[in-house]
Ligand binder design. Structure first.
Ligand code: GTP
Ligand code: MG
Length: 335
């Protein structure tokens, strides 16, 4: 497969950066939306603290990792120590507390893989999912945000990839395709691999931030402002990187043997992780190691049908980037 392809990209690729950047800009949430999110978080904090004065609320996911596009829902984590209450009881009680105020569609989903309370705030129009004590997600949110502050091209690339994945219907874990979180990790990995590298490996550096969460040691270098402009020696444009990203996943990644690992800044072998065969429901057909829960493969949701769909989408996108006269239109065509 790889050999058949010419490794060269089109000569006019860099001129495509202008339309890609304007797509990126159109997806950035306006300041006003960020304010509304804070306002809703403040309201939730007030209600929760009335019942549980020691509890804390944290934003996580795309509203806090800087990879959130305009009009996203917000993800909130309730940190609470209630030794004698299990998660579903806390969820029920939380739903009760929020129900009584002016919030709409308050639902307790106690049986989901991650139990949550869902709600909608009619004042700001924002929908929100609240989970309990999922502090690893709060820490990986910080890791992603710190990466985003190193080089502007990461946020641009991730916005474009997420927009592509949503338009093409391959951002649906329920249907065996990948989560937004997985796509952002794929982007970080890709930029760590460029030569010269555009991103460093923060977990491979002397830690300046270190916490233990659910028995997992999470340590990494987080003083990213001290890195200067780390990626300055690499002059690749956003259009070139979008092309390179799809080309990598279409024709270069070794699906049979490799795991991508942001934690190590490299790929590691499936054999070393014992991810060579199906275990339970985890098929390991595309392997993306979680940076902290290293036994967790974010590609586990992908099955033998959806892997085909995904790889065909990567090839389609790579070919559009290579040959289409107007790739910005075709790339995001609804499926
Ligand atoms: P959008 O909502 O699509 O804009 O993206 P998001 O960044 O909020 O991602 P998503 O809703 O997929 O996930 C929310 C957060 O959950 C991620 O940012 C991670 O911090 C955390 N998370 C941890 N493990 C997983 C996992 O296995 N799958 C997913 N989807 N999220 C995880
Ligand atoms: Mg989200």
């Amino acid at each position: 497969r790889t050999l058949k392809r010419q490794m060269m990209c089109r000569r006019d690729i860099d001129s495509l950066s202008v339309p890609f950047l304007s797509i990126y800009e159109s997806l950035i949430p306006p300041e006003e939306e960020k304010l509304k999110q804070k306002q809703l978080l403040g309201l939730l904090e007030k209600l929760v603290c009335k019942e549980w004065p020691m509890a804390r609320l944290y934003l996580y996911g795309s509203c806090a990792n800087s990879f959130g596009v305009s009009k996203s829902d917000i993800d909130v984590c309730l940190a609470i120590q209630e030794a004698d209450m299990d998660k579903s009881k806390i969820i029920m009680k939380l739903a009760d507390i929020l129900q009584s105020d002016n919030l709409q569609n308050v639902q307790a989903l106690t049986r989901a893989r991650v139990p949550i309370v869902k709600l909608m705030d009619p004042v700001t129009g924002i929908s929100c999912d609240i989970c309990i004590n999922n502090l690893l997600a709060v820490v990986n949110t910080k890791l992603l945000r710190d990466y985003a502050n190193i080089d502007a091209r990461l946020r641009q690339l991730a916005f474009i990839i997420k927009h592509w994945a949503k338009s093409r219907g391959v951002n649906e874990t329920y249907h065996g395709t990948l989560s937004s979180y997985a796509y952002v990790l794929m982007c970080i990995h890709f930029l760590q691999q460029r030569r010269p590298a555009i991103l460093p490996c923060l977990q491979g550096m002397e830690p300046t931030y270190s916490v233990t969460v659910d028995n997992v040691d999470c340590a990494f270098f987080d003083k990213v402002e001290k890195l200067g402009h780390f990626g300055r020696h690499n002059k690749e444009t956003i259009a070139h990187l979008v092309w390179g990203f799809f080309y990598y996943w279409a024709y270069c990644h070794d699906y049979a043997n490799s795991v991508i690992s942001v934690r190590t800044g490299s790929t590691i072998s499936k054999r070393d992780k014992d991810w060579t065969r199906r275990v339970g429901n985890d098929r390991h057909l595309i392997c993306i190691e979680d940076p902290f829960e290293i036994s967790h493969d974010l590609g586990r949701v992908v099955d033998k049908h959806s892997i085909k769909v995904l790889r065909e989408e990567f090839e389609r996108a790579a070919d559009i980037m290579q040959y289409d006269p107007n790739p910005c239109v075709k790339l995001f065509e609804p499926y």
